[in-house]
Design a protein around this ligand. Structure first.
Ligand code: ADP
Length: 303
């Protein structure tokens, strides 16, 4: 089947937050692409144009660590977004038991993640859905953020689809306390969870409900005190919790270096205003000290 006179449709790759994703060949360039089909069904005509205008802006945003949006067009009530095709994602790397990740490999994957996110934040775009399966990996080992800017255009994924269980594990405490304003700090918390997952080779805080998610966070870092986080008590869903002491971070990450633990603790700061920024994380000595990040082309990937 030919789509928009240009793309040859191949198999479905999966169902995502916003709709079906399928593989296609771009007959103009010969390249393989991924096309995300977004239903615009119930919305009013005007919304489609607004979304399309916003999407056109996303096309202008290019960075080595962001998935490139190469084309966007409406067709039969669906918005089609065309992206460069990526072989695998970070979740597959983390889960693959045949892959050994050295400290230098982890540093490299995490540095690319932060670089992509820093680009988003410099453009005043929040990602809002950072998780390992949104971190795609290309043939030369380059890691690129997917779904960049989509949350702003189509609404935050976790508000649209409550079945999105995985997204919960990456949610910042202020969101779990009902904060209405997203800030770049929520992306920092999420990306800290990805870092932890790279170190542990399993999701770090696997809550089974929003309340349980907070419980998992408190068990790991201790209950937040109002001196640590003064604005906490003003959050809409704040409730007082029974005191839980913080175990040493070292005990949760026995394999991590002191440098890695220091960076981790600065990203997992309760008060979003005190949490370090993505740019500050990139400037942390963890990245400039030995072992230096592995060259992306030499990173281990699933067979
Ligand atoms: P989610 O919303 O759950 O993050 P996505 O909509 O990003 O999922 O993607 C759905 C499926 O399509 C996933 O299996 C993903 O691996 C695949 N996919 C998404 N983008 C690409 C791409 N650029 N290249 C290859 N596969 C992709």
């Amino acid at each position: 089947e030919r789509v928009a006179d240009r793309y040859l449709k191949r198999e479905v790759l999966g169902e995502g937050t916003y709709g079906v994703v399928y593989k296609a060949i771009d007959t103009k360039t010969g390249q393989t692409v991924a096309i995300k089909k977004i239903r615009l069904g119930k919305q009013k005509e005007g919304v489609n144009f607004t979304a399309l205008r916003e999407i056109k802006l996303l096309k202008e945003l290019k960075d080595p660590n962001i998935i490139e949006l190469t084309d966007a067009f409406p067709l039969k009530g669906n918005l089609h977004l065309v992206f460069e095709f990526m072989e695998t994602d970070l979740e597959a790397v983390i889960r693959d038991r045949n892959i050994f990740l050295s400290p230098a490999d982890i540093k490299s994957y995490f540095q690319m993640t932060l670089k992509g996110l820093a680009f988003c934040h410099r453009k005043w775009v929040l990602h809002r859905d950072m998780k390992p399966n949104n971190l795609l990996i290309g043939p030369n080992g380059q890691l690129k953020l997917a779904d960049f800017g989509l949350a702003r255009v189509f609404g935050s994924p976790d508000r649209r689809f409550t079945h999105q269980v995985f997204a919960r594990w990456y949610r910042a405490p202020e969101l779990l306390f009902g904060a209405k304003q997203y800030t770049s700090a929520v992306d920092v918390w999420a990306v800290a969870c990805v870092f932890a997952e790279l170190l542990l080779r399993r999701p770090f805080l696997q809550g089974t409900s929003d309340i349980d998610q907070l419980g998992k966070i408190f068990a790991a870092f201790g209950t937040p005190t109002s001196s640590q986080w003064p604005d906490m008590v003003y959050l809409p869903e704040y409730v007082e919790y029974q005191f839980v002491p913080a175990p040493p971070l070292r005990s949760l990450f026995p394999m991590a270096s002191g440098d890695a633990l220091d960076l981790l603790s600065k990203m997992f700061t309760y008060d979003p205003k005190a949490r370090i920024s993505v740019q500050q994380a990139l400037e942390h000595w963890y990245f400039s000290s030995a072992p230096l990040p592995t060259d992306p082309a030499k990173l281990p990937r699933p067979a």
